[in-house]
Design a protein around this ligand. Structure first.
Ligand code: DHB
Ligand code: FE
Length: 288
C-alpha cells in the first residue's frame, strides 16, 4: 500500500479480502447479535440513533438522490465485508473512551480488526516471528509491567501484533507467514520484557472498497499512523488493550481512527547495541 514498487507478493491486499478475513475473525469471538440484550436498553439506544439520523435529514434537507446513495453504500459495505473495518475506524474510539474511563493505570485505545489470539508464546527476552531479512528499522521495545500500587507483575503477558514495513498485517494480507510480527511475550519474575521487532509503516485502510469510496467522496485521507498493538494482562488485574505510536511519524496528529492519545506516543532513541532504535515503555495495570 505504501510502496508497491518493492518486492511485494504479486497478489495485493484488497478491501474485500481483508474485510472478509476481519469479519471471519470477529465471528470466531462468538458474538450473536442482539440475542439476550436488554429490551429497554435496545429501545433507548436505537430510538436515539434514529432520532439523531432524522434530525440530520431535516437540518440538511437530505435529497432522495442522497438517500439512495446512502442505501447503495450501506448495501455495498455489507457485501464487501467491510463493517469491521468501518466500525473500528470511525466508531470504536468512543466505545473505548467510555469503557476505559474508570480504569487507573496505562491508557488503552482501540483494538482494531486485526487481533488474532494464540500468537506464538515467547520468553521475556525475544524477537517477534519475522521473515529472513524483514524490511524496516529494527526496534528494541522494552519495559516493565507493574500494578497501580507499584508492585512488579511477574509473568505478565504482553501480546503484540503490528503491520510490516509495507503496512500489511499477517493473516489479513496475502503472502505473509501466519504469525509474522505477532507474539505473546511472557514477562520475567520482575515483570520485565525486551522484545526485538521492526518499526511498522503507517497503515492505510483499504481504499478499493466501500470505506475507500466514502473516504474519497468526503475528501478525507485513509491513513493511520504507524503503531504497535498490545494487550497486556496479569492475573488479578484488568487487561489493557492499547497501541503505541512514534513521535514525529506521519498522521500521528490526524489519525483517521482518532485512536492516538498523548500518553501513547513513543520517542525511541538510537539502539545501544547494533542498529535501529530502542525505547522503554512501562505498563501499569489496575486491579480487578
Ligand atoms: C483498522 C486497522 C487498524 O490497523 C487499526 O489499528 C484500526 C482500524 C481498520 O482498517 O479498520
Ligand atoms: Fe492496526
Amino acid at each position: 500500500m505504501t510502496d508497491l514498487s518493492t518486492d511485494r507478493p504479486a497478489e495485493q491486499a484488497t478491501a474485500a479480502a481483508s474485510g472478509a478475513a476481519a469479519t471471519e475473525r470477529f465471528r470466531t469471538k462468538g458474538h450473536t447479535g442482539a440475542a439476550g440484550a436488554d429490551t429497554a436498553r435496545v429501545d433507548t439506544l436505537v430510538s436515539e440513533l434514529l432520532a439523531a439520523t432524522h434530525d440530520i435529514i431535516r437540518r440538511h434537507k437530505l435529497t432522495y438522490a442522497e438517500y439512495d446513495a446512502l442505501k447503495a453504500w450501506l448495501i455495498q459495505v455489507g457485501e464487501d465485508g467491510e463493517w469491521p473495518l468501518f466500525l473500528d475506524v470511525w466508531v470504536e474510539h468512543v466505545v473505548e473512551e467510555v469503557a476505559g474511563e474508570n480504569r487507573e493505570g496505562s491508557k488503552g485505545t482501540i483494538e482494531g480488526p486485526y487481533y488474532v489470539p494464540g500468537a506464538p508464546s515467547l520468553p521475556a527476552e525475544a524477537t517477534l516471528p519475522m521473515r529472513d531479512g524483514e524490511e524496516g528499522t529494527p526496534l528494541l521495545f522494552q519495559g516493565q509491567v507493574t500494578c497501580v500500587d507499584g508492585t512488579p507483575l511477574p509473568g505478565a503477558v504482553i501480546e503484540m501484533w503490528h503491520a510490516d514495513n509495507d503496512g500489511y498485517y499477517s493473516q489479513f494480507a496475502p503472502g505473509l507467514p501466519e504469525w509474522n510480527l505477532r507474539g505473546t511475550v511472557v514477562a520475567d519474575a520482575q515483570g520485565h520484557f525486551k522484545v526485538r521487532t521492526i518499526e511498522p509503516a503507517p497503515y492505510q485502510i483499504p481504499t478499493d472498497g466501500s470505506c475507500g469510496r466514502l473516504i474519497s467522496a468526503a475528501g478525507w485521507h485513509a491513513w493511520r499512523p504507524a503503531h504497535l498493538h498490545l494487550k497486556v494482562s496479569a492475573p488479578g488485574h484488568q487487561l489493557v488493550t492499547t497501541q503505541l505510536y512514534f513521535k514525529g511519524g506521519s498522521h500521528v496528529a490526524d489519525d483517521i481512527a482518532r485512536a492516538v492519545k498523548p500518553e501513547l506516543i513513543l520517542d525511541p532513541g538510537p539502539a545501544a547495541d547494533g542498529g535501529g532504535r530502542e525505547v522503554t515503555y512501562d505498563f501499569v495495570l489496575d486491579k480487578v
